[in-house]
Design a protein around this ligand. Structure first.
Ligand code: MN3
Length: 201
């Protein structure tokens, strides 16, 4: 299958002032593209794996030759994580509702408390990484963070993601990761998160 950079479902400046256009453009065309290119290069000669979607490969890392596994965790993770990340962002203000909101309340008492738990996971991830909301195998919701470009499939199916690598915020926020995290809540596309929640169940 073809592995190419997915187009953003909105313009680079659509998330301003929360995430600036320059950051979005570099993040998408340089960083995300870089992971995809390196993923394809790392799998050179592995036609069976190249014909699978990156999510399928990451969910079954034992199918990847051991000598290539680290490269696939890093670059396949970067490929998948950013692809998910772009889609759960959007310029229209939305809020969780229905069964997703109920599940959030059940697990975290309130939406505000969930935001605190998730924000804390994002803020305390040392160095580079991601914060996640995943649907575990038993259907429950779970917040966690991972280092580097590690995808969270061992814990569940990701439905909300936040990139806390400095490249995701440094141009606009410099070292102020907490301000970037606060802004993130203004541009979450909860309709999309709901869609991923439905698919995961
Ligand atoms: Mn990134």
């Amino acid at each position: 299958m073809e592995h190419k950079l997915p187009e953003l479902p909105y313009a680079y400046d659509a998330l301003e002032p929360y995430i600036d256009a320059k950051t979005m453009e570099i993040h998408h065309t340089k960083h995300h593209q870089g992971y995809i290119t390196k993923y394809v290069n790392a799998l050179e000669g592995e036609e069976a794996l190249l014909n699978k979607d990156v999510e399928e490969v990451l969910r079954d890392l034992s199918s990847v030759p051991e000598s290539k596994r680290a490269a696939i965790i890093n670059n396949g993770g970067g490929y998948f994580n950013h692809r998910l990340f772009w889609t759960i962002l959007g310029p229209s203000k939305t809020m969780p509702s229905g069964d997703l909101l109920e599940a959030i309340k059940k697990e975290f008492d309130s939406f505000d408390n969930f935001k605190d738990v998730f924000s804390n996971a994002a803020a305390t991830r040392f160095g580079s990484g991601w914060a996640w909301l995943v649907v575990a195998d038993d259907g429950s919701l779970k917040v966690l963070s991972t280092a580097n470009q590690d995808a969270p499939f061992s814990e569940g199916t990701p439905i909300l993601a936040l990139d806390v690598w400095e490249h995701a915020y440094y141009l606009n926020y410099q070292n102020r990761r907490p301000d970037y995290i606060k802004s993130f809540w203004q541009v979450v596309n909860w309709d999309k998160v709901q869609e991923y929640y439905n698919n995961a169940l």
